[in-house]
Design a protein around this ligand. Structure first.
Ligand code: HEC
Length: 128
């Protein structure tokens, strides 16, 4: 539990470092590394419209209605609708890189390319 919480904090830091474009503390070095990954590539612009067509594999778990999996007694799933696009993108990149680890999400993220991630982040950030 604690570990998971810490990871969430790290992801938030990665997002923050990515937005600010700076990393000063030694703690932020790892974050900077992760943030540098997307920055090294040509900027990918997310399209909410394209994301809407790619979310079929997310719905089962991140169901819009109640933010529970199909097996609510097993676990709850974080609400991703309306979170910042940068945060969602950073979280997905962190799952894909292995920096953030979760059996389902890591597997899902590894199947996404940069454009998919940008599109899905745009879609969920703008969905009401
Ligand atoms: C098998 C169930 C499952 C599927 C399918 C799934 N997710 Fe997740 N997702 C989770 C769980 C559980 C977590 C929380 C994991 C953790 O504790 O790190 C999560 C976390 C996330 C997070 C981080 C949220 C936060 O607040 O930090 C994002 C972003 C995300 N998922 C996006 C997606 C997208 C986009 C898809 C579809 C491409 C998807 N997920 C498909 C179960 C799923």
């Amino acid at each position: 539990m604690l570990n998971k919480f810490k990871r969430s904090v790290v992801v938030a830091m990665v997002a923050a470092a990515g937005v600010a474009g700076v990393a000063t503390s030694s703690f932020a070095q790892g974050a900077a590394k992760a943030a540098a990954q997307p920055a090294a590539k040509p900027a990918v612009v997310g399209s909410a419209e394209a994301g809407a067509k790619k979310n079929s594999m997310c719905i089962g778990c991140h169901g819009i209605a109640e933010y529970k999996t199909a097996f609510p007694s097993v676990y709850r799933v974080p609400k991703i609708v309306g979170q910042s696009e940068k945060y969602l993108e950073a979280a997905l990149l962190a799952y894909r890189s292995g920096e953030r680890n979760h059996p389902s999400m890591t597997g899902i993220a590894k199947g996404l390319n940069d454009q998919d991630i940008a599109d899905l982040a745009a879609y969920y950030a703008n969905k009401k």
